[in-house]
Ligand binder design. Structure first.
Ligand code: 5GP
Ligand code: ZN
Length: 112
C-alpha cells in the first residue's frame, strides 16, 4: 500500500487521467480543475518538492518542464502558467513534487 497519493498514481495503484508520460515523469488531469487545461506533472520517483528535486535530481527538473511544455502544446494551450506550490503555507497539499500546468482561460497577474 502506497502512503503517498502521487506515488500511488505513478505505480498505477490509483487511477488517473494520464495525458503524457516520459521516462521520468507522468502528466495527468487535476481532479479539481481550476482552468480548462489543468494538468499535474509529477516525477515517477518520490521527491518532496521542487527545491528538493533541484538538489537531488536536477535533470528531472528539466524533464518535468519539458513534459509540461508538451502537455500545454498537446492541449492546444501553448500560453500557460507553470506553478509549483512549495510548502503548506504556499498552498502545497500533496508532498510529492508536481507542477500545475494551467491554461485555456485568461490568467490574472499578479495571482494573489
Ligand atoms: P497542491 O495543492 O499540492 O499544489 O496541488 C495538489 C493538487 O492535487 C490539487 O490541485 C488537487 O486538486 C489535486 N489532487 C488531489 N487529489 C487528487 C487525486 O486523487 N487525483 C488527481 N488527479 N488530482 C488530485
Ligand atoms: Zn510520492
Amino acid at each position: 500500500v502506497e502512503t503517498c497519493l502521487f506515488c500511488g498514481i505513478a505505480s498505477g495503484d490509483i487511477p488517473a487521467d494520464i495525458v503524457a508520460e516520459s521516462s521520468g515523469t507522468i502528466a495527468f488531469r487535476d481532479l479539481n480543475p481550476q482552468a480548462p487545461t489543468h494538468v499535474l506533472v509529477i516525477t515517477r520517483e518520490h521527491h518532496l518538492d521542487v527545491t528538493e528535486l533541484a538538489v537531488a535530481a536536477p535533470d528531472l527538473v528539466a524533464e518535468l518542464v519539458r513534459t509540461a511544455t508538451l502537455v500545454a502544446d498537446a492541449q492546444g494551450t501553448p500560453a500557460f502558467r507553470l506553478v509549483f506550490n512549495t510548502r503548506a503555507e504556499a498552498g502545497q497539499s500533496v508532498f510529492h513534487v508536481h507542477a500545475h500546468v494551467l491554461g485555456g482561460r485568461p490568467l490574472l497577474w499578479p495571482p494573489g
